[in-house]
Design a protein around this ligand. Sequence first.
Ligand SMILES: CC(C)(COP(=O)(O)OP(=O)(O)OC[C@H]1O[C@@H](n2cnc3c(N)ncnc32)[C@H](O)[C@@H]1OP(=O)(O)O)[C@@H](O)C(=O)NCCC(=O)NCCS
Length: 419
Amino acid sequence: METSDVQAVLRHLRLEEKGQVWVDDWGKSQSSYHPDEVFFLKEEFVTQNVIRLGMTIEVRQAYLDSLPMFEDPALKRLAWHCHHLLFKETGYDRDNVGRWPMVPRELDPRADMFYAFVFLSGVPSLMKYYEDLYVLPEVAQSTLSDLDLWIREHKNRHGRYGLREINWLKFHFDGRVFRLGRLQFEMTSFRRDLRAYRNVQDSRVVLLAGEGLEFREDGQFQSADRGEAGDVTWTSSLVEDKKTVKGNPITPRGRALPKPIELALSDWKEVLRKGDGQLAVHIPATGPMTFEACGRSFDAALAFFRQHFPDFNWRVFTCESWLLDPQFEEILKPESNVVQFQKECYLYPLTSANDTQMWERVFGKRIVQMADAPRDSSMRRAIVEFIEQGGRLRSGGMALFPEDLNWGAQPYRKMKMPS
Ligand SMILES: CC(C)(COP(=O)(O)OP(=O)(O)OC[C@H]1O[C@@H](n2cnc3c(N)ncnc32)[C@H](O)[C@@H]1OP(=O)(O)O)[C@@H](O)C(=O)NCCC(=O)NCCS
């Protein structure tokens, strides 16, 4: 087959439709393509780098077992193309990565491992980037352990090794995500239509909803729970002039209030708005998120980003996740790590918040018949009972400002809301 002919390659790979995302750029990876010199598909490279990353034996073996699939010239050419777009082509629009399809398994039963090789190909350049930034080898290894984790997670979910989470892992390989102890931190920008203000005298913080957002009576967005759990009862407003800002506050327990408040700008300074730099926090599935370990991670992040990215102007830690539903405080034990974590944070509601991630992360899949739901942990029992009583869980968000970081002090619970 002539692998310079993108349509022929895609036909062979049974990706005629979904593979169109690669067509326009195909020529860009053509001149550097030499089938015998695809360095990252050589056994020596694979062996060296899986060891360098400290990968588990099972994943190392999965790499070696899957390598022969690249004897298919079309698959090899596509791997080079993806490598080129991710690690060589500086102007490539990385939003496209989310549309890159999985290689069909009818082509090869090992096809789910395709992207595991593409990402491994970026390890040498990423390690060089880390070295230039003086990032410690243990941080580098810990950060990249996510690759191994997601390959194993694929086995848990689908019964075979593979990698699907390319739209997430691209951030690690762009050098934007770092794992520091228990938590991962992603350098990004705040995307929510919310503002935060801090009182210049007593340092209190208050979040205000943006203009024209539709809420339910319980302070959740009307779009939450797929719009099924209540009508719009009020719409937020946010009005700022030279002296004041008037808007609908959100309580630190994550509820938007219909009664507006007015803040004098002489006393309240804006500390967060949409577009500001932030560190988004993620929690990899590597065992419990003990309270102490989370506190240590936040402290480590303050020092790490100050030292390695002094020019990254960020204002807040945020996290958006199933585990930030404020209702967990009512249904889980007070010593639960999830509950303790929530209490350190300023919670906020999310538009279109739903239960999809909760089902995936706590039960592995959505369960329709509650009688069939496993009840083998206190969280699973609490969730099942809550749903049986008509409750609905949904994802939520949190903000934690670096100035307030004093893990264990529950700063936002102690702040009096302005009225
Ligand atoms: C987030 C996570 C680390 C929390 O676990 P944790 O620290 O044990 O949480 P808690 O202390 O609140 O757990 C309380 C109880 O619920 C159980 N539990 C916690 N998370 C659970 C989960 N995802 N599935 C089933 N049970 C869970 C605990 O085992 C404990 O049970 P027990 O009281 O019977 O011993 C864990 O759920 C996890 O690894 N999830 C996958 C990763 C994830 O969801 N990340 C966030 C995505 S942004």
